[in-house]
Design a protein around this ligand. Structure first.
Ligand code: CFM
Length: 545
């Protein structure tokens, strides 16, 4: 055991929790104490309840983003040939423009509008007298210049406040222009985080796009990859080895995707979910309406990738595919193992903390485990209880007013397009082999006892965690990066990958091993001292102290 691992284990997690809560006023402490949980895995993967998907306490400096970000930026952002118009003042459009590193590969003659920033640039007069007229003009102008297949309209906060009806505008313009135009009521305040934006985006894409085109990609094993956004080229790597295996990805939601991929998504035979939080709604609805089952996969980590490939092959139950998958794994693994061997002497026994989004704080633990690094604390920014505790808790999740605010679509089997994807014989085979659908077990059952699980971590708690545990690497995003590094700890951005990546699949694992081994070796951050660390000049207390 390394010194760091020993040190981490010496920290009593319950004391660490109390330490973090001690500075809060009683009401805040009470709320946060339900979101900070010491992990304990009981039989059947039962874990303690984590309060999540609840409102952030104002002023607490959260890591979260807004509903508009989850809808426009996360789900629709990576689709290259839909013109995405932000209806609002220019800031929302400008600051959500090309910041997420979702890459795309436009074929010869194809369209890519991602490099453009479309906005209605609302002014004070639009806020006072209404912005619908301006929005109509913007849709028309975008159509005349670009002639896209589809135009999407995203509502920012003021749109909801002044009551502009983006859906009515979309309907009218669809009729007038003869292309698909649809709107999203994804005002930033619509939910407690970007998670609400995912749900809103899922609903509208399902309602207005999926099922519009009956010709999908042809292949023997046709799947959709859901919740893979091609950050740093992850989807390219997944495409590479899928192709090697002979598996056809019909649509990716939404990394490197096109309008037609969404429109023909209902033709695939299996939905594979990477990021459960952002896209499970579409998967569920596609199952009900079109009969496509879904499974959870994880292509973060070489072993996890191999496992997920085997799971897909098992679903199809075809011997030739199973053999091909084994061959591909055998071809891919030596290069991975070679680099792993190189880095292990450095990474073994080191510690990591992960506080990211709604899925990566879980998935990346697999990569760290491959490097024999221990995750001592982790949490999501905006995930729900099922992402922490597993889908088994779904029936017990209380729907609060904030969630009720988001529309739940009522979906039925399509009388024409519904098609059962497997036979009775398959069903028997699934039962015999224990093959499970909709099988997300969540983050906590896979984490060790006594690790600290923290939902919606904030700046203050991050600082305390680092002071108490001194992890070897802290994984979060750009908002956290510099304050953590100033405390002497390297920070790996797991949203943007710090301009690196891909980290998915086999080649991605190699990249990650190398990047992390470099980061945990360097002492540079611990040597940097700010003037006030050498000579404190100011001391302060909180108002309630
Ligand atoms: Fe899913 Fe994502 Fe994530 Fe997410 Fe995100 Fe992202 Fe993320 Mo940043 S869709 S939940 S809203 S995996 S943008 S690609 S990295 S917070 S963990």
């Amino acid at each position: 055991m390394s010194n760091k691992e020993e040190l981490a284990l010496k920290v009593d997690p319950e004391k660490a929790k109390q330490d973090m809560l001690a500075k809060y006023p009683p009401k805040v402490a009470r709320k946060r104490s339900k979101q900070i949980v010491v992990n304990e895995v009981a039989e059947e993967g039962l874990v303690p309840e984590v309060s999540s998907n609840v409102r952030t306490i104002p002023g607490i400096i959260t890591m979260r983003g807004c509903t508009y970000a989850g809808c426009k930026g996360v789900i629709l952002g990576p689709t290259r040939d839909i013109v995405n118009i932000t209806h609002g003042p220019i800031g929302c459009g400008f600051y959500s423009w090309l910041t997420r590193r979702n890459q795309t590969a436009t074929p010869e003659g194809g369209e890519n509008f991602m490099t453009y920033c479309f906005s209605t640039d609302m002014q004070e007069s639009d806020i006072v007298f209404g912005g619908e007229k301006k929005l109509r003009a913007a849709v028309k102008e975008a159509y005349e210049i670009f002639h896209p297949k589809a135009i999407a309209i995203f509502s920012t906060c003021p749109v909801g406040l002044i009551g502009d009806d983006v859906h009515a505008v979309a309907r009218d313009m669809k009729e007038e222009l003869g292309i698909n135009v649809f709107g999203f009521s994804c005002e930033g305040y619509k939910g407690v985080s970007q998670s609400a934006g995912h749900h809103i985006a899922n609903n509208q894409v399902f309602k207005h796009v999926v099922g519009q085109k009956d010709e999908g990609k042809k292949g023997k094993y046709v799947i959709n990859m859901l919740g893979e956004y091609n950050i740093g080229g992850d989807a390219f790597e997944i495409d590479r080895f899928m192709e090697k295996c002979g598996i056809t990805i019909n649509a990716t939601f939404s990394g490197n995707s096109t309008y037609d991929q969404f429109a023909s998504a209902h033709t695939a035979d299996l939905n594979c979910i990477m990021c459960h939080r952002s896209i499970n709604y579409v998967a569920e609805m596609m199952e009900v309406k079109y009969g496509i089952p879904w499974i959870k996969v994880n292509f973060i980590g070489a072993k996890s990738s191999a496992k997920s490939l085997r799971k897909i092959a098992q679903y199809f139950g075809d011997k030739a595919l199973m053999e091909r998958v084994e061959e591909v794994i055998k071809e891919e693994m030596p290069a991975v193992e070679q680099v792993l061997e190189e880095v292990l002497p450095v990474t073994r026994g080191k510690t990591a903390m992960l506080f990211v989004g709604g899925s990566r704080a879980h998935h990346y633990q697999d990569l760290f485990a491959e490097m024999e690094m221990k995750t001592i604390s982790a949490g999501y920014e905006f995930a729900h209880r099922d992402d922490y505790e597993g889908r088994k808790v779904l029936p017990s999740i209380k729907v609060d007013a904030d969630s009720r605010n988001i529309e739940e679509l009522v979906v039925e089997a399509d009388p024409v397009k519904y098609r059962k994807r497997y036979s009775e014989a398959d069903e028997k085979r699934f039962a015999e082999t224990g093959f499970k659908f909709k099988d997300y077990e969540g983050m906590m059952p896979e984490m060790s006892n006594k690790t600290l699980i923290i939902d919606d971590l904030n700046q203050y708690e991050a600082d305390r965690l680092i002071e108490l545990y001194k992890p070897d690497v802290f994984c979060a995003g750009i908002k956290e990066k510099y304050s953590v590094q100033k405390m002497g700890i390297p920070l790996k951005q797991l949203h943007s990958y710090d301009y690196g990546g891909p980290y998915a699949g086999f080649k991605g694992a190699v990249n990650f091993y190398r990047d992390i081994s470099r980061m945990v070796q360097t002492k540079i951050w611990s040597k940097v001292k700010a003037p006030w660390q050498k000579k404190p000049e100011l001391a302060a207390t909180y108002a309630w102290e």
